[in-house]
Design a protein around this ligand. Sequence first.
Ligand SMILES: Cc1ncc(COP(=O)(O)O)c(C=O)c1O
Length: 412
Amino acid sequence: MTTARADALALDREDPLAAFRARFRLPDRVVYLDGNSLGALPKATPARLAAVIEDEWGEGLIRSWNRHGWIELPRRVGDKIGRLIGARPGEVVVADSTSVNLFKLMSAALRLRPERRIIVSESENFPSDLYVAQGLIDLLGARHELRLATPETLDAALDDDVALVLLTHVNYRSGRMHDMEAVTRRAHQRGALMLWDLAHSAGALPVDLAACDADLAVGCGYKYLNGGPGAPAFLHVAERLQAEFRSPLTGWLGHAAPFDFDWRFRPAPGIASAIVGTPPILSLAALEVGVDLALEADLAAVRAKSLALARLFMERVAASCAGLGLTLASPSRDDERGSQICYAHSEGYAVMQALIARGVIGDFRAPDILRFGFTPLYTSFADVWDAVEALRAVLTSGEWDRPELRQRAAVT
Ligand SMILES: Cc1ncc(COP(=O)(O)O)c(C=O)c1O
């Protein structure tokens, strides 16, 4: 039991991942618990970007596409991400945003199951996943249907008309985590394809797509992979599906021979056919730094620390914030939760603004959720201690109760 700040500091001294914190730039007097939304800046990123800009772009100019392997970057960084999510080489590529990749993969999945009409997902899924599904159904002439389930009704929603099961592994709001292996197996038993959104999983906890026999996956580069705001996303297509896989966005860099400039589209072999246009080299270079850093860490240790941080957070909230209007909105069981903890509070937005004013940065998700993400490479046990102390102070003082703190900003 951690009952004093000194105990939290002792946990930090024993932490096998503690040295990673110095590899990130974190502002003084800030407790950053929002790496699940935007990862922190690796200290190596500015120098790498400066080198890409000054040397590769400035000096190398267009020669750098070959000389510095720019053209290979989407696949090179994709393979590195693949190692974090248990994919085989050649199964992952970096491209576009998560939403665009969802469109490409959902569309390809429906083509692979032409006789089936249903996409199963959750009403609690990240809205963009559901919006893209709706847009695609509309584009395809409203012949398909989006069937929404809950984790409890998922099995009942699976029947022989289901083409695709579309789920986010770790829920963006509650942090609830699916059993990837079991759900994939059940989808396959019904003959459906399975598409996993790994936005809140990649780099945060061990994922083994190959062991789960997963079909398709997507994920973000700017969360636990620390690629920077708007970093490009990744997509995964299992090797066994690649020969039949057809992206609906047939751009020149997904062509088998882009520099033949043939007018007829011929897909590149393998995962490369999922690339559309020119890759964003500066963003990819920044993402590679974050991914390389993640690859240095043992993901089992990352997961163990993430769970210990979350347990300490819950323990401290129970001990010092009882009766202050917080309700745990994440699963309390470790094996059902990703790397974040959420609490509902009727004035959640203003409470989070007051916390941020004290230097404790989490975020708010409508309608009433305070969200705290743990990024084991740089979140310390002392951070967790200090965050809960600040939360208690905000709630007992009532300092959140000011009109300006209720004024919603564009990004919450
Ligand atoms: C689970 C999940 N899926 C998809 C997205 C959307 O990603 P993008 O903005 O790259 O399209 C997010 C963004 O936060 C997310 O959390």
